[in-house]
Design a binder for this molecule. Structure first.
Ligand code: GAL
Length: 741
């Protein structure tokens, strides 16, 4: 070792500028092999299959789990069973670099696939990628997105959560250390003719790395490892550790319609009347910025010219079973009554010329939640759409901004959406024992328990469908909302996608487009919204599984047994010195289908697959949702809009039991107590756990809920077992049906 240092110093004195700063000399004697990395040895084990380690000093760092909606559900995690630590002792290593970066290195096998990292719109598989996980408006790419939850899941049955609110850069199997033991062989990219065949393989633009290396600039980094018998079980543990999945009120799962930003109370009432006239279900009307006296920045006070009597409007709508949701962004106008009180509790810089409250401070939270209670919640407002908490850089505060609590601008950027969710959920809705289902444009790690759904200003239908899969891997709810369309077919396709998502949302804030805007598809659109309404008991129970067991209600196919998203379609790269100088190829993933609840698979029509598409059926028998016919098992099929009579392609698992309302209710108020039928698919016995509580308060957290275990024998005989204490939410089960066209 000593001699190496000597040589380096001699080399330096010969070649370096004679006045090189001392720092330059120091870098030459710094150990750059893996000897410098320390094994992570101090693991804390809070539950079966969960291991936590703190690297460096965490005392000044913010953990995402500090901002989770609820405490970890340790008992539910333990109920999943014991697990061994997925690595050998000493395999996980870390280093604090001379520049202050903390880096952790997690080994990976060459065949290992990595998924996750929050709401990403381009891929589920994150193998061989470098990602910057910073909260941002979608469009910057490279990992930056509305909800870049720093959690990945490996196909080998474990997951890693970087639980520190900092900008994180992660190299997934992409960097190669000089002393790594597992490295692809070196290949000559330009060999002479007669040596081509002797090369050990094709030259790779990105030689496969043997690890995930992730780094932040901070005084400490916390990592949480989760194990499981399957990737789904790993996701369950992550969700349960984050407090369990969100349980929305039943009304949140009905149909949403956001009106134009300049609508008045009168126009809102007319809109509701038109929904009734056109026989379209409706549960929530969303008011966009014009409901306030001033917006961008905001006052949160009612614009009396448009809304002279907000209480009367809210109550009139509630009596018709329709709730109001209010748009807001958190930046406060000088015209707001709370501006003066908030000023000292706000950060150094403004956003949209409004002050930026530091919501880590209880006094700041109190000022705004008192105002919100007084002006909104006490009159019956059901929730918010929290806008502009994501980015871009030129809209939000700079990275060097300061906040009165001492929280760094970076940590604030990573958590502002989370802080808003925490404040509204805990200091407002939970405090007044009324559930919300709301929207927010940014989130991050450990957010599983928040009944807030992410939306975006981007609008690519394919990306919106991919988002349903990626969000489900990291405790995020995502709505592929519909805003407008170029033609009737697109309108129908987008409407079908949103109806099988966590929130069926029409956001016509700018276009003002009505669901019946394209008369040639109006009946088909009504039919898909009605189908969602009929499926409310099924969907509500799927959310209960999310809450109590951590199983995402809408899920990526890779969490299903027998499905391989990569599907072996490889596009070989062609060398082109201008457009593809490294001749990089592409692997096509199948991310355009997803699970809806326990047993329905959705394969929407979209973009160039507007009326015809391929569907990959995982292993096991799959049935057509509408006809009950066997469609296939572990195979690829093609479906057409014509063959499906313009309905959404839906496929159901063998033995599935699907409870549905006998008739589509116009809203969730009318749905309560309505009778059900149960569909049974295939030839095997099946069961379904129908979840019931009051569907609107937090009393379920005191144990006030019940389940009806619906059991159907192979012959189609029904039996029911009731467990738990709570009045019924739904009516009686009228019959078991085999689906017919
Ligand atoms: C955008 C938001 C839209 C709409 C609009 C109103 O930022 O993404 O959905 O609410 O603001 O001004």
């Amino acid at each position: 070792m000593k001699s190496l240092i000597c040589i380096l110093l001699i080399a330096c004195s010969n070649n370096c500028h004679s006045e090189a700063p001392p720092l330059m000399r120091k870098t030459l004697i710094y150990e750059t092999t893996m000897k410098n990395l320390k094994p992570v040895s101090d693991w804390n084990k809070p539950a079966h299959g969960v291991w936590i380690a703190a690297l460096g000093d965490m005392s000044k760092e913010l953990r995402y789990t500090d901002l989770a909606a609820e405490a970890p559900r340790i008992e539910s995690i333990n109920a999943l069973g014991k697990q061994d630590f997925p690595f050998k002792t000493g395999d996980i290593k870390y280093i604090i670099n001379p520049d202050g970066r903390i880096m952790i290195r997690i080994p990976c096998a060459p065949d290992e696939k990595l998924y996750g990292y929050g709401l990403q719109f381009d891929k589920t598989n994150q193998t061989s990628r470098v990602l910057s996980l910073d909260v941002d408006h979608w469009g910057r790419g490279g990992g930056r997105t509305h909800a870049p939850a720093p959690f990945y899941i490996s196909s080998r049955g474990y997951g890693v959560f970087f639980n520190t609110a900092r900008f994180l850069k992660v190299y997934n199997q992409i960097s190669n250390r000089k002393d790594a033991t597992q490295r692809p062989p070196e290949v000559d990219r330009n060999p002479p003719e007669d040596e081509v065949k002797t090369q050990p393989g094709p030259w790779q633009a990105k030689p496969m790395g043997d690890s995930v290396e992730a780094a932040i600039r901070a005084s400490g980094m916390e990592v949480i490892f989760f194990a499981g018998d399957s990737m789904l079980e790993v996701v369950q543990r992550y969700n349960l550790y984050s407090g369990g999945g969100a349980l929305p009120p039943l009304w949140g799962l009905g149909f949403w319609n956001r009106v134009h930003a300049h609508y008045s109370a009168e126009q809102v009432e007319q809109e509701v009347a038109e929904f009734t006239k056109n026989r379209f279900p409706l549960d929530v009307i969303g008011l966009e910025p014009g409901w306030m006296t001033k917006s961008y920045p905001c006052t949160f006070e009612w614009q009396k010219k448009r809304f002279p009597d907000p209480k009367k409007l809210t109550q009139t709508l509630l009596s018709q079973g329709v709730r109001l949701n209010l748009w807001e962004n958190p930046y406060i106008s000088q015209k707001a009554k709370i501006y003066k009180d908030m000023y000292p509790l706000a950060g150094s810089h403004m956003v949209w010329l409004g002050v930026v409250p530091d919501y880590t401070i209880p006094a700041a939270r109190k000022i705004i939640t008192d105002q919100h209670y007084q002006d909104h919640i006490s009159i019956g407002i059901s929730g918010y759409k929290v806008d502009e908490v994501d980015g871009y850089d030129f809209w939000l505060w700079p990275d060097h901004a300061t906040f009165p609590s001492g929280t760094s601008a970076e940590a604030m950027r990573q958590t502002y959406g989370l802080l808003m969710q925490k404040m509204l959920y805990q200091d407002l809705f939970k405090k007044y024992n009324t559930r919300t289902y709301s929207l927010v444009r940014a989130s991050n790690g450990a957010a599983s328990g928040y009944p807030f759904v992410i939306y975006s200003d981007s609008y690519n239908h394919e990306e919106y469908i991919t988002g349903l899969s990626t969000a489900s891997l990291c405790g995020i709810l995502w709505t592929p909302e519909i805003r407008s369309a170029k033609n009737a077919r697109e309108w129908l396709n987008r409407m079908q996608t949103t109806c099988f998502s966590p929130m069926a949302n029409l956001n016509a804030w700018s276009s003002g487009t009505k669901p019946w805007a394209f008369p040639e598809v109006t009946d088909d659109i009504r039919a898909v919204i009605e189908l969602r309404m009929r499926l409310l008991p099924y969907l509500y129970s799927a959310f209960a599984e999310y809450h109590y067991k951590g199983i995402p209600p809408i899920r990526a196919m890779i969490l299903e047994d027998g499905f391989d998203s990569v599907n072996k379609v490889v596009i070989k790269g062609k060398l082109d010195s201008e457009t593809n100088p490294y001749a990089e190829g592409k692997i096509i993933e199948k991310n355009d289908q997803f699970m809806f609840g326990p047993s329905i698979m959705v394969a929407p029509f979209y973009n160039k697959h507007a009326t015809k598409r391929s569907v990959q059926l995982p292993a096991g028998n799959w049935y057509d949702f509408y006809t009950g016919e066997l469609v296939g098992n572990n195979t690829k099929i093609t479906v057409t809009a014509e063959g499906l009579k313009n309905r959404t392609p839906l496929f159901v698992k063998e033995g599935a039991v699907v409870p549905m309302f006998a008739k589509a209710p116009p809203n969730s108020k009318a749905a309560k107590g309505q009778d059900l039928i149960v569909r049974h698919y295939g030839k095997k016995a099946g069961s379904f756990s129908l979840y019931e509580d009051d569907a609107k308060t937090f009393d379920y957290q005191k144990g006030l809920y019940r389940t009806r275990q619906i059991l159907i024998s192979a012959e189609g005989k029904l039996s029911i077992k009731i467990k738990g204490e709570s009045p019924a939410l739904f009516g009686k089960i009228l019959s078991v049906e085999k689906p017919r066209n």
